[in-house]
Design a protein around this ligand. Structure first.
Ligand SMILES: Cc1ncc(COP(=O)(O)O)c(C=O)c1O
Length: 388
C-alpha cells in the first residue's frame, strides 16, 4: 500500500489521521512552504495559468524566463551554459542517450540511480561498471575503456553521483577528476541530493570537494532542495547547445510551465541569498547524525544530509518496526529491505530538513533507541506482520 500524507509539507504531517514527525521528504532547506515561494508560485499561476508556454522549447515553448533561469543556473554552477529539463529522471535518461554514440564507452558507478541505469539501456555501445566509489576498480574500467576507444575512435563518459541517495556517501569526485591526468574522459555527475545542500554556497558536492571545473556536466533536479519539479544540466556551451537541439525528451515534449520557471527563479534566489536555510538544515543534520552515532547506531559513511540507519533483521521484522514507529511513536520514515540491501539488513532512511526542530530530533532518537532494543530482544520476530 502506498502511504498517503495529509496537510502542508512540513516536519509534521498527518498520516492515517494522526500527526507524525515525517523524515521522508526531500524538502531539504524548507522551500516547499516558504512564504515567498508560495507567493511567487501563486502569483505566477494566476498571471500565466499552467498552460503557458504552449509547445516544446524549440517550437513555441521558449520564453525570456526560461532563458533567464538557465543563465542563472549556469552562473551559479560556474558553467558556460545550462539547459532546463522537465523532469530529472527523464532528463538524465535522455542526456545519456543523446551524449553517446555506439563508438563511445560509458564507465559508471555500480550504485547509480535508476535514471542513470535506464539511460545506459539506451546506449548502443559498451558500458563498464566500477565497484561503488572504488577508485582501483574505476581505473581498471578506464583502462579497458581506453583500449576500446582507441579502436572505435569514440570517447569515454564517466557517470557518477554527488550524493548517493540511499547511503548518503559522496561520490569521490575529487579523485575521479584527478584521474583525468592519466585518462581522457568526461564526467557527468548526478547531484540530485547535493544541489542546494552541499558546498559553501549550496552549489553541490563538486563545490564541496573543490572540483567544480573538473566536472564536465553537472546535473541537478528541482525536486529536492528546490522543492519543485524539473531539473537542469550545466556545462560547456557547445555540449549544452548540442543537448538543446538533440535531446528527444525535450524536443518532443512541452516545455516547463511558467509558474514552475518563475517559481524556480524565486527558489534559486532564496537558495543563493539565504544561507541561513542551509545552516538550519545542517544544525538538524548534525544533531540527528551525532545523536545516532553517540547512541551506537550504524549510520554508514554518510557525509551528507541523507541519514541511513542500518540494523540487522528480516523483512517481516522490518515491517513490524516501521509499524511500531508509526503507530506508537508517531514517526514516519522510509525503509529499504532485501533485495535492495542484503537479506538480513534493514535500512531506515531519514531525510533531515530545515523544517525539523531539535525537539523532533530528540523524540526520534529516543524512539529509535527503544525500537533497536526491542529488535535485539526479538520482540518483532515471526513471519507475520503484527503490531508491537
Ligand atoms: C540521484 C537522483 N537522480 C535523479 C532523480 C530524479 O529526479 P526527479 O525527481 O527530478 O525526476 C532522483 C530522484 O529521486 C535522484 O535521487
Amino acid at each position: 500500500m502506498v502511504p498517503k500524507h495529509e496537510g502542508e509539507v512540513g516536519s509534521r504531517m498527518k498520516f492515517r489521521g494522526k500527526e507524525m514527525i515525517v523524515w521522508s521528504l526531500n524538502n531539504y532547506i524548507g522551500l516547499a512552504n516558504h512564504p515567498e515561494v508560495r507567493k511567487t508560485d501563486g502569483e505566477s499561476a494566476t498571471r500565466w495559468g499552467l498552460g503557458t508556454p504552449m509547445g516544446a522549447r524549440m517550437m513555441s515553448g521558449q520564453t525570456n524566463q526560461h532563458e533567464l533561469l538557465e543563465q542563472q543556473l549556469a552562473e551559479f554552477e560556474k558553467k558556460e551554459d545550462a539547459y532546463l529539463l522537465n523532469f530529472g529522471y527523464q532528463g538524465m535518461v535522455s542526456i545519456i542517450e543523446t551524449l553517446v554514440s555506439r563508438h563511445d564507452v560509458i564507465v559508471y558507478d555500480a550504485e547509480s540511480h535508476a535514471c542513470i541505469i535506464d539511460g545506459l539501456r539506451l546506449h548502443f555501445g559498451k558500458r563498464f561498471v566500477f565497484a561503488h566509489n572504488d577508485m582501483e576498480s574505476l581505473e581498471k574500467q578506464l583502462q579497458r575503456a581506453a583500449k576500446l576507444v582507441e579502436k572505435t575512435g569514440g570517447g569515454i563518459l564517466v557517470i557518477t553521483e554527488g550524493v548517493f541517495g540511499m547511503s548518503g556517501d559522496l561520490g569521490k569526485l575529487d579523485e575521479i577528476v584527478a584521474l583525468k591526468e592519466k585518462y581522457n574522459f568526461r564526467i557527468l555527475c548526478d547531484d540530485a541530493h547535493g544541489f542546494g545542500t552541499m558546498g559553501t554556497t549550496g552549489a553541490g558536492v563538486s563545490e564541496h570537494l573543490g572540483v567544480m571545473d573538473g566536472i564536465d556536466l553537472y546535473f541537478g533536479t528541482f525536486a529536492k532542495a528546490m522543492a519543485g519539479i524539473g531539473g537542469f544540466v550545466a556545462g560547456p556551451e557547445p555540449i549544452i547547445n548540442y543537448l538543446r537541439y538533440n535531446m528527444r525528451s525535450q524536443i518532443f515534449a512541452k516545455s516547463l510551465p511558467m509558474p514552475m520557471v518563475e517559481g524556480s527563479l524565486k527558489r534559486l534566489e532564496l537558495l543563493r541569498t539565504k544561507p541561513e536555510l542551509r545552516e538550519k538544515l545542517w544544525t538538524i543534520v548534525n544533531a540527528l547524525q551525532n545523536g545516532l552515532r553517540e547512541r551506537g547506531f550504524d549510520i554508514g559513511n554518510t557525509n551528507s544530509p541523507v541519514t541511513p540507519i542500518f540494523m540487522k533483521g528480516s523483512v517481516p521484522e522490518a515491517t513490524n518496526v516501521i509499524l511500531d514507529l508509526r503507530e506508537n511513536y508517531n514517526i514516519f520514515c522510509s525503509i529499504v529491505v532485501y533485495p535492495v540491501v542484503p537479506k538480513d539488513v534493514i535500512l531506515f532512511r531519514l531525510i533531515p530538513t530545515a523544517m525539523h526542530t531539535l525537539e523532533d530530533v530528540e523524540i526520534t532518537l529516543n524512539a529509535f533507541s527503544e525500537v533497536k532494543e526491542k529488535l535485539a530482544a526479538g520482540k518483532y520476530a515471526g513471519d507475520r506482520v503484527r503490531m508491537a
